[in-house]
Design a binder for this molecule. Sequence first.
Ligand code: CA
Length: 226
Amino acid sequence: MRLRRNCIRFFTTAGAFSITCRIRPEWVPRAFSIPVGAKFIDFDSDGWKDLFVGHSHVINKIQLTKPHLRYREAPLLLKNVRGKFVDITVEAGSALQQRRATRGVAFGYLNNDGWVNMVLNCNNEPAVILENQRVSGNHWLMVNTVGSTSNRDGIGTQVRLVTEFGQEQYAMVATGSSHLSSKDRRMHFGPGANRTVKLLELIWPSGKVQRLEKLPVDRVMTIREP
Ligand SMILES: [Ca+2]
């Protein structure tokens, strides 16, 4: 991942892509540090996936030779505003202002309240839990898959959610997350102001297609492979 003047460029095994964002001046040192916990997450359940990025430099004495760089670095939290990412790290609270030697970020729902939390693994420092305190009145839905013909956890299941307003959201069951980290395999969706979900479609690894309609929100829903 690289920071540029007006975008973040990602490099994956499948190729490269960019997202548009507004750059704050304080981002500049981070352009030379190492992002070690990047994940698209919908932290406010509005249906638009936001981006959290943990940072630090790999050389703990880097400031001795390059004073403009820092070993410990604060993370970034970018809110997705209908396709454009805006830095809201400062507004998100003092816990995100602290610089750490982050080496991995795990994402999960530690208190099952539907709001994603983050656990930062830091080099030679205590781990840090960042609790997502409810930041909006939006609704949420978590999906817990249980496979039968497919694997027990339903890893690889592709899910499409359609809200009553017609917005579509996609997710895939996985446990892999970021560098040296795992994540909650339960999928999170942000239906926003919708009180019900119009359609939830699951394509299991076995090839079975399962469709559920008119689902309530604000709950963890366990779905078994038919
Ligand atoms: Ca969002």
